[in-house]
Design a protein around this ligand. Structure first.
Ligand SMILES: Cc1ncc(COP(=O)(O)O)c(C=O)c1O
Length: 425
């Protein structure tokens, strides 16, 4: 039971007044802390500096018979396709390596469906003239995914996120509607909950029978190798269950392996789906930056090397996530006013306060100098009906800054809860 609701009116007023004083003192400290986005820290980026030494003016630019410095290979260098193929569990022929951002490639896939249409189907732009098309958004989820489907005019439909993945009963029901054209998924260390989809959920996704033949699962495996522990849960390989069906576009990038926004990115899909989307990407560009692909393939030539590199990154991230867990459990656990996730990898912790608390907590933090992701951002349209969810992104601040940020965060959470309990009397 919410601790503040167990207090007498006098005790609660005294508690609230002590919290108000602590908050006023915190405001005077004029903090300037940022936990709003899942950015790698400087310390983490330093672990990838060796990548920059891979190439010099005397480097051989031809690898496996392909010249990284010239036009050609619009599907990407074979060595880079092989690398992502290993990460995503598909044959390299099913991989397109292009650009430096997976989000950009997700945009390309949606744009392809919108302008040209999936595999000869009527383009979504034309279909949407008759009626509004819909896109499924497991929530809480990644705000930039939701922004993308919203940008292309889809009605974003929230689907409840559980500990094992999206509510599959709801998904199976919703895809009976032919106006539903796709779903966002982050199967391992989901943003922001950090959960890993269970085998059953992956199998049910692979077995989906959507009414729309141009329905696609956008399987964003952004955190496929981003575990903090050796025994962290793995996610099943959806392509093993999907077989040759045209159902899944999967994505990954090295943004959180080497340099954010300056790495390499890929799409993996069935051969037909890959060839189909490449009709559009082939209009968009002659070929993409293969020099970066070459540098990455030299620096991290295979899955074993990537895993060794990720272990070093885990050394930087693990203490930060442990600190979040420690401070929240110690300060909020006994009060029973919030719940949060306990991810074993990825970049975020998902926090749920009492109903109607998130906006107020985020504002209190902001006014005292701590920037968090906007409350509601983890829901389609930025609208969290229960107003509970806050995304905590502990990767960027140093441990010392994080500690100060967390102290302030728990103080604001307590103050909000005490104020709300008093208002309710
Ligand atoms: C789930 C997810 N996908 C994609 C991205 C962005 O990836 P990229 O830098 O490859 O565009 C992020 C960044 O936070 C993310 O959390």
């Amino acid at each position: 039971m919410n601790y503040y609701k167990t207090l007498s009116k006098e005790a609660l007023a005294a508690e609230k007044s002590a919290l108000e004083s602590a908050y006023a003192a915190a405001c005077l400290a004029k903090l300037n802390l940022d936990m709003s986005r899942g950015k790698p820290s400087e310390e983490q980026l330093d672990l990838s500096r060796g990548l920059l030494d891979e190439l010099s003016s005397t480097s051989e630019l031809v690898i496996d018979g392909q010249n990284a410095g010239n036009y050609g290979c619009p599907e990407g260098l074979r060595v880079a396709r092989q690398l992502f193929g290993e990460l995503l569990g598909v044959n390299k022929d099913q991989v397109l390596v292009s650009g430096s951002s997976s989000l950009n490639l997700m945009f390309d896939v949606l744009s392809h469906g919108f302008v040209r249409g999936m595999q000869g189907e009527s383009p979504w732009s034309k279909q949407s003239q008759a009626h509004r098309l819909r896109w499924l958004c497991p929530a809480p989820g990644y705000d930039r995914h939701f922004a993308l489907s919203d940008y292309f005019g889809f009605e974003n439909v929230a689907v409840t996120m559980r500990d094992t993945g999206p509510d599959m009963d709801a998904v199976e029901d919703l895809v009976k509607d032919p106006s539903v054209k796709g779903i966002w998924c982050v199967p391992r260390f989901s943003n922001p909950t950090g959960i890993v989809y269970s085998d059953e959920v992956v199998k049910r996704f692979a077995a989906l029978k959507p009414a729309a033949s141009d329905f696609r699962i956008l399987w964003d495996n952004a955190y496929c190798v981003h575990a903090f522990y050796d025994n962290a849960p793995q996610v099943a390989n959806i392509f093993e269950y999907v077989g040759t069906k045209d159902l899944v576009y999967s994505f990954a990038s090295t943004s959180k392996i080497t340099f954010a926004g300056a790495g390499i990115a890929c799409i993996a899909a069935s051969k037909h789906d890959l060839a189909d989307v490449m009709v559009s990407t082939g209009i968009e560009r002659v070929c993409s930056d293969k020099i970066s692909q070459l540098a990455h393939a030299l620096y991290l030539p295979d899955r074993t090397r990537i895993e060794a590199h990720m272990k070093q990154i885990a050394e930087v991230l693990r203490p930060k996530f442990s600190l979040v867990e420690e401070v929240l459990s110690r300060e909020l656990g006994p009060l029973d006013i919030a719940q949060w996730t306990h991810p074993q990898g990825g970049y975020f912790v998902s926090f749920d306060g009492e109903r109607g608390s998130a906006k107020e907590i985020v504002k209190l933090c902001k006014d005292a100098g701590l920037q968090l992701t906007n409350a509601g951002a983890t829901w389609p349209g930025g609208f969290d009906a229960a107003d509970t969810n806050i995304r905590i992104a502990p990767s960027y601040p140093s441990l010392e800054e994080l500690s100060r940020a967390l102290d302030l965060f728990v103080l604001c959470t307590k103050l909000q809860a005490a104020r709300a309990a008093l208002r309710a009397l």
